[in-house]
Write a protein that binds this ligand. Structure first.
Ligand code: SF4
Length: 455
């Protein structure tokens, strides 16, 4: 028993987090920045932070993640990191020649109080930023929030520093909350079904799911281009997918460029996808394509056919709020029973929102909503299925409960970056995976006389 010290007695804690259900802000900032074409993320702090952020992203996507660092030493920690960052900007453009450098801070540079905006401006004054190239920045102090906060901060900075107000264009913006490259690809595919012009930001498809060609490109062909991001200020509407990850950027775009927006949930499951598709139809004036209606019908058919295997099975979930809210709603809709739910990301409305969907569930978010608490809840009320990232595999093993890997990070399986979980197609994949786990378990536990060939 790897987690044999987890007790069943739940105590109120304030000063300690045990196995957090989140990671640190710069991971999110780095991920969002990778969704810009030709971008080199830059970590303003020590090498250790940057190595960790790159490593966790590389392990999740099984792709090399490029990023630079200000390489703080003891001297920078005492006297500030200005000279390191100015030198770094100069070296990056000389050696790697990206279109844009996206700087994020770390705990250390935030604690010593480096003014990154002023440093970048000084680098510009010293002629270190070549003509036509961009350097943007965001603040990501990791002692507050989570990777989702960092992601939101970077997305907000991208539109705040790069979008330009202009004459209205017949295009819509889609600001993606934290989702996989496969999900962003699926969002683009839905836009294509509608035949509407859209700018999807960030877009890590063809950045973190690139084909094997035998040739390594530091800057792969994917990512939202700088002209596309600039043009977001001229779009007629913005759809922000995720209150935690994308809404702040939509608000900034609205106040800066007067682009109205709608905040929606990430389209996971039937209701959230229906809302996305309906809103896209409303703002573009294009009727919902028959192809999407057919996809929805196939999803409903699959759920109806297999309902007896799903009915009343209890589920424990952990992950990010923008993902958990629509996922919990979807599980409830297909007759599963979300029973325990934690998210390490803080935010005042999470508990209230989840409780309005599943009033009887145990719900907590913020620093003490950790994997230890989740395990304690599971020990007190067993579940049939776990849904969350790889960090749940110890609970799955100790409690002998099937685990559906979903969310970030997934360090021990593949597929998440290639197959979407958004849209009707994504919902079918979620149902398929849940059914596979539950039916495998039924096969494993059935006495020989009850093993069924046809299920
Ligand atoms: S020091 Fe801060 S920024 Fe660096 S890895 Fe740790 S939590 Fe993240």
């Amino acid at each position: 028993m790897l987690l044999r010290h987890t007790s069943t007695e739940v105590m109120e804690r304030q000063a300690v987090t045990i196995n957090p259900a989140k990671t640190c802000q710069p991971v999110g900032a780095m991920y969002a920045a990778l969704g810009i074409h030709g971008c080199l993320p830059h970590s303003h702090g020590s090498q250790g932070c940057c190595s960790y952020h790159r490593t966790v992203l590389t392990r999740h996507f099984k792709e090399p993640v490029m990023a630079a660092t200000s390489s703080f030493t003891e001297g920078s920690a005492v006297f500030g990191g200005q000279s390191n960052l100015v030198q770094a900007i100069s070296t990056i453009f000389t050696v790697y020649n990206p279109d844009i450098v996206a700087v994020h801070t770390t705990c250390l540079s935030e604690t010593i109080g480096d003014d990154v905006k002023q440093i970048i401006s000084a680098a510009g004054d010293e002629g270190k930023i070549p003509e036509g190239k961009k350097v943007i920045y965001t603040n990501t102090p990791s002692y507050v929030g989570s990777h989702i906060t960092g992601y939101s901060n970077m997305l907000n900075s991208i539109v705040g520093q790069l979008a330009v107000k202009g004459p209205r264009k017949d295009q819509v913006n889609v600001l993606c909350g934290w989702m996989e490259p496969s999900d962003m690809r699926e969002i683009k595919s839905i836009l294509k079904e509608f035949h509407v012009k859209g700018v999807v930001l960030p877009d890590v498809s063809d950045v973190l799911d690139t084909p094997l060609t035998g040739k390594h490109d530091i800057f792969p062909k994917g990512g939202t281009t700088l002209p596309e991001i600039a043009s977001m200020g001229s779009s007629k509407h913005t759809l922000a997918l995720g209150q935690w990850g994308a809404e702040a950027a939509a608000i900034t775009l609205d106040s800066k460029c007067k682009v109205p927006f709608t905040t929606l949930q990430i389209p996971i499951g039937i209701e959230a996808t229906d809302n996305f598709v309906a809103e896209l139809s409303r703002v573009t004036g294009v009727p919902v394509p028959e192809s999407l209606k057919a996809e929805r019908g196939r999803l409903l058919d699959m759920i109806a056919d297999m309902n007896q295997y799903l009915y009343n099975k209890k589920v424990a979930l952990w992950g990010d709020p923008d993902t958990l809210i629509p996922l919990v709603k979807f599980l409830r809709d297909i007759n599963l029973v979300p029973t325990h739910i934690v998210s390490g990301t803080p935010g005042p409305t999470f508990k209230e929102t989840i409780s309005s969907i599943v009033p009887l569930a145990n719900v907590k978010n913020g620093a003490q909503a950790d994997m230890f608490l989740l395990h304690q809840w599971i020990k007190n009320e067993k579940v049939d299925l776990l849904i969350g990232n790889t960090y749940g595999k110890y609970i799955a093993r100790d409690e002998d409960t099937p685990l559906l890997r979903h969310g970030f990070p997934i360090l021990d399986r593949v597929g998440h970056s290639y197959f979407p979980s958004v849209g009707y197609k994504g919902a079918m994949r979620i149902v398929e995976k849940i059914l596979g786990l539950l039916m495998d378990r039924q096969d494993r536990d059935a006495p020989e006389s009850k093993v069924e060939l046809t299920m």
